[in-house]
Design a protein around this ligand. Structure first.
Ligand SMILES: [Fe+2]
Ligand SMILES: [Fe+2]
Length: 197
């Protein structure tokens, strides 16, 4: 069953994405599965959520919005860049097109762009894999890759800071939840360091 599901997902996602984004998706799968093994996460859940995370990335604004209207996120995300919408819409499609009911997988897809306070390990794995998969080559990616060997949270915090800085530089709006997630990650790390000293 699980192999069949993966094959169905691969076919549908490959058909929905341009070559470069499909290559990125395969990179995210590779990184997510390897991070899953390192951090005691179910590699199958990591694989499924990685394959589906950008499934709706190339949908038109109107198509995305038609699904968003069914979701609670419409209220808070509606006024922000529609690029954000592919995450909750991806979770919706995972459930309604592929029959995935596992809430950990659905949440990992739903929060892969914004993160959220109290992220579980699968959510962290997918979010970080999206930042560091082998095809990524933005300035600073090596710093994140190195940090990920020390601590998944440290690497994620660096990634979140990078995203927020980039949005400011481009004079783009920042979805408040992105900042809330970043603050939560910072506090999580501080608490842990405090506990260790
Ligand atoms: Fe994405
Ligand atoms: Fe992605």
């Amino acid at each position: 069953m699980s192999k069949e599901l993966i094959e169905r997902i691969e076919k549908a996602v490959q058909a929905a994405l341009p070559g470069k984004r499909w290559k990125h998706t395969l990179g995210v799968r590779e990184s997510a599965v390897s991070l899953a093994h390192e951090h005691g996460v179910d590699p199958f859940k990591a694989e499924v959520s990685a394959l589906l995370h950008d499934y709706a990335k190339y949908w038109s604004r109107d198509d995305l919005w038609s699904i968003m209207l069914k979701l609670p996120e419409a209220a808070e995300m509606g006024d922000f860049d529609h690029q954000l919408w592919h995450a909750p819409v991806g979770a919706y499609l995972a459930e309604h097109e592929f029959g995935i009911t596992d809430t950990e997988i659905l949440d990992a897809i739903r929060y892969h762009t914004s993160g959220r306070p109290g992220m579980n390990m699968l959510e962290k794995v997918l979010c970080l894999a999206d930042y560091i998969e082998p095809n990524r080559d933005y300035e600073g990616v090596e710093v994140l890759r190195n940090a990920s060997k020390r601590s998944i949270e440290e690497a994620l915090l660096l990634g979140m800071d990078l995203t927020i800085r980039l949005l400011i530089e481009k004079q783009k709006t920042i979805f408040p939840f992105t900042i809330i997630s970043r603050n939560a990650m910072l506090l999580e790390l501080k608490k842990r360091k405090g506990a260790n000293t």
